[in-house]
Design a protein around this ligand. Structure first.
Ligand SMILES: [Zn+2]
Length: 198
């Protein structure tokens, strides 16, 4: 580990360029699928190199960029896979991003894609809970128009009844919304462009 720490320090000192920081490793599970999609499982180059030395991961792809220490030279890993399989969660976390992803970044009342907020279908003031099955993506104008009214009263029914998605369902939607930055060496492990199948 001392050698490794030296290397990491050396890497930091010798290559203070942002480019080194812009070398995250895509982390795959032992089945070569990304450990998580939302957010995409990425490690800093330091974490990736450390895990290689701890023999927790194997390197599948590398960057051209190298780190140097007195005793070794190493290409920075761009894709690593865990040696031990981690059972993925069946249900995703209830986060703002995942909620928007479930609703395909679309207001569930009018279909708008901008100015998104989230709306309690049964308003909180009427006992509605902040849960997957009561919250939908809604644009600010629709949110305002609906206010504290029940859907029937407001005449605003969500296009899709809110539900708790599985990770699998979010993955399907996620292919429609790839993250902004994807290194080319990751492409074999991500299938953003795959046709959606029902
Ligand atoms: Zn709307």
């Amino acid at each position: 580990m001392t050698t490794l720490n030296t290397a990491i320090r050396a890497g930091k000192n010798a290559l203070k360029s942002r480019s080194l920081e812009a070398c995250p490793a895509l982390v795959l599970n032992a089945d070569y699928r990304p450990l998580s999609y939302y957010p995409l499982s990425l490690w800093s180059w330091q974490e990736a190199v450390k895990s290689v030395f701890l023999e927790r991961v194997q390197i599948l792809q590398v960057y051209e960029k190298k780190v140097y220490s007195p005793s070794f030279t190493m290409n920075l890993p761009s894709v690593v896979a865990l040696k031990n399989y981690v059972r993925p969660a069946r249900y995703p976390a209830f986060t703002r991003f995942n909620l928007f992803l479930r609703d395909k970044f679309m207001c569930q009342y009018c279909g708008a894609k901008n100015d998104l907020t989230f709306d309690h279908v049964i308003p909180r003031s009427k006992g509605g809970l902040t849960r997957w099955d009561n919250v939908v993506a809604a644009c600010a104008p629709c949110n305002l128009a609906k206010g504290n009214k029940l859907p029937e009263k407001a005449g605003m029914i969500p296009q899709q009844k809110p539900y708790r998605p599985t990770v699998f369902q979010l993955h399907k939607n996620g292919r429609l919304f790839p993250p902004n930055y994807l290194h080319e060496s990751w492409m074999d492990y991500l299938y953003w462009d795959t046709e959606l199948e029902e």
